[in-house]
Design a protein around this ligand. Structure first.
Ligand SMILES: [Fe+2]
Length: 582
């Protein structure tokens, strides 16, 4: 049995598990895409610095720590990059070490070449608005160099007749796959093993010393916002995950050290990577992440925040209504249970923390990708809250489904997946008719529900709760529908169009509209839906983000959204691509 409760402390020297003579000084940075963790290892014949990072403050810390170790015993300093990304590599040439210290820098051949040519894409330096300088320090020890006859041992000569011997010994796995491996001796029988683990980047490597495995950014390679970055490769990632799983299955590795965040046990990491493999399997058609897409996603994050806040306001408003009526009926326990269903305070906290984060972003120079990644975190927390069984028992599923689809769309877009392909065409007239029927029949259906449950007190309370929670603003609206007589088949999924229309109609109801006229119009290649009202509509009351979100979503589907203002009133037009007849 391996030990699961791993205790690796940051900023102190400690023995590397599974070795006799190697010490380890982890510098665990606050997780961000700006700078990575750095791991310093002191071995009998060398000091290793793995991933210097991109923070001058961290570089100072590294320089002081390594200088102190060198004062105890002079050794060459070997710098390794788990991959060439800016947040890991930037400071690799900027240490201040005692005069005469010999430094050798190692990176995978593809990473060393990217740094040499100052490649801002493969190093993802373009992500940072302050235009950082790509590390130009020489990486003359190239790992896994693509030479035809790969020699078993490559020797790098050092001063004072010292040398480093880099051995190439690929591992044949039982599956028939080959794990590219190199290793070099660290003195007193200790060694550093290096595995080629591409996927996050073609130059990604993992490093093993004793029972420690340093994985760089492999654990984050399927994360929305990080998959699809330049150099990311789906097939490589899946192969790497299987290879690393095999490594972790064998006895020996007990602790995994990621490029960002805390070190975890090998078991936990294996579990995480397995979950990631499940997620990664579907990421076949991922769009490349680039500056333009990141900029667009940042706007999407802002819109998502506004829209999500609006949806959760509806959800929490309904909860309070239910709880209020239950209290009036002196059903205090049931009322409290309802309020506990959705942790409204927590949602408020998540959303306002995110809002503050975005405001701070707008006031300073933070990479846009950081906001996108934070948006991913928020969306995932909200997704988790919504997936709780209690929520499904209380709310009508269409509302919860709408919120879930919004969050899933966002995560999918960040990942670079296209939801367009998943759309199935729908007949717009029929869909609108269904929405209207739903709005009119809600009351009747719920009454029956309540009558059926009257025999049993608990079922009655449950049904009452559901009924109160389903209270829909649409019930009070008088609709007038003028459908075009021609077929209105559009290339848009029914659920998505339903979401947008319901959202828009609820929004209109929310600002006091009592009468809504809906007209459909078919023109060549287009189906249009126009919504208007006799009452005055002030578009400003909807919030700008909501319209932007409609525009963006419909734009992706080949349509559009327009708010047309005339004589102090407004009309909304949803344009959809007509389904081309085959
Ligand atoms: Fe990275």
């Amino acid at each position: 049995m391996r030990k699961d409760n791993v205790k690796i402390e940051a900023n102190i020297w400690q023995k590397v598990p599974g070795t006799n003579f190697i010490e380890f000084f982890p510098i665990i940075a606050k997780p961000s895409i700006v700078s990575s963790n750095c791991y310093i290892l002191a071995a009998p014949e060398a000091i290793l610095i793995i991933d210097p990072g991109a923070s001058p403050q961290q570089t100072k810390h590294i320089s002081e720590t390594v200088s102190a170790a060198l004062a105890a015993s002079d050794r060459p300093v070997l710098v390794f990059l788990t991959h060439c990304h800016q947040d890991h590599s930037q400071e690799a040439g900027l240490f201040e070490l005692p005069a005469g210290t010999e430094i050798k820098r190692f990176a995978h051949e593809a990473g060393a070449e990217a740094l040499e040519r100052g490649d801002r894409k493969l190093t993802v330096a373009y992500l940072y608005p302050w235009r950082p300088v790509v590390c130009r320090a020489p990486f003359d020890c190239r790992l896994f160099a693509s030479i035809k006859e790969e020699p078993k041992v490559v020797t790098f000569e050092l001063t004072q007749c010292r040398r480093i011997e880099l051995h190439s010994e690929p591992i044949s796995m039982p599956s028939g796959a080959v794990l590219k491996r190199q290793w070099l001796p660290l003195g007193a029988g200790e060694r550093l093993e290096i595995y080629h683990t591409p996927g996050h980047s073609p130059c990604s490597i993992s490093l093993r010393v004793g029972s420690l495995l340093m994985l760089g950014d492999l654990p984050f390679a399927a994360n929305p916002g990080l998959c699809g970055l330049d150099g990311w490769n789906h097939a490589d990632l899946l192969q790497t995950l299987r290879k690393v799983d095999w490594l972790l299955e064998k006895p020996g590795i007990t602790v995994c050290c990621p490029g960002h965040g805390y070190c975890v046990s090998a078991e936990s990491m294996r579990e995480k990577l397995r979950l990631m493999e499940d997620e990664a399997r579907n990421l076949t058609d991922v769009q490349l992440m680039n500056a333009e897409r990141i900029g667009a996603l940042k706007s999407y994050v802002d819109e998502l925040l506004e829209e999500t806040a609006a949806l959760f306001t509806i959800l929490s408003g309904r909860l309070y209504t239910v709880s209020y009526y239950l209290s009036l009926l002196e059903e205090d326990n049931a009322a409290n249970r309802v309020l506990a269903t959705l942790d409204i305070d927590q949602i408020d906290r998540i959303l306002s923390e995110f809002r503050r984060f975005v405001e701070a972003f707008n006031a300073s120079a933070v990479p846009e990708l950081t906001v996108v990644l934070k948006g991913v975190q928020v969306a995932r927390s909200l997704q988790q809250l919504l997936s709780e069984e209690r929520i499904k028992q209380i709310f009508d599923l269409s509302l919860v489904g709408r919120a879930q689809r919004r969050l899933a769309d966002f995560l999918g877009m960040v990942r670079g997946l296209q939801f367009l392909n998943a759309e199935t065409p729908s007949a717009v007239n029929e869909l609108i008719a269904q929405i209207l029927v739903r709005a009119r029949s809600a009351h009747v259906r719920e009454s029956t529900d309540l009558m059926e449950a009257v025999e049993d007190e608990q079922s009655f309370l449950d049904a009452l709760t559901r009924r109160l929670a389903a209270h829909s603003l649409l019930r009070e609206i008088e609709f007038e529908f003028a459908p075009d007589a021609q077929p209105t088949n559009a290339n848009v999924g029914a659920e998505r169009l339903d979401d947008i229309l319901t959202d828009l109609i609820e929004g209109m109801a929310g600002i006091g509209v009592k009468h809504i006229r809906i007209v459909t119009e078919v023109s060549p290649g287009r189906v249009a839906i126009r919504l208007s009202s006799r009452e005055r509509i002030d578009p400003a009351a909807f919030g700008e983000g909501r319209f932007d979100l409609y525009s963006r979503t419909l734009g992706w589907l080949g349509g559009g959204f327009e708010c047309r203002q005339q004589d102090g009133n407004a009309e909304f037009i949803i344009r959809l691509p007509a389904l081309e007849s085959v």
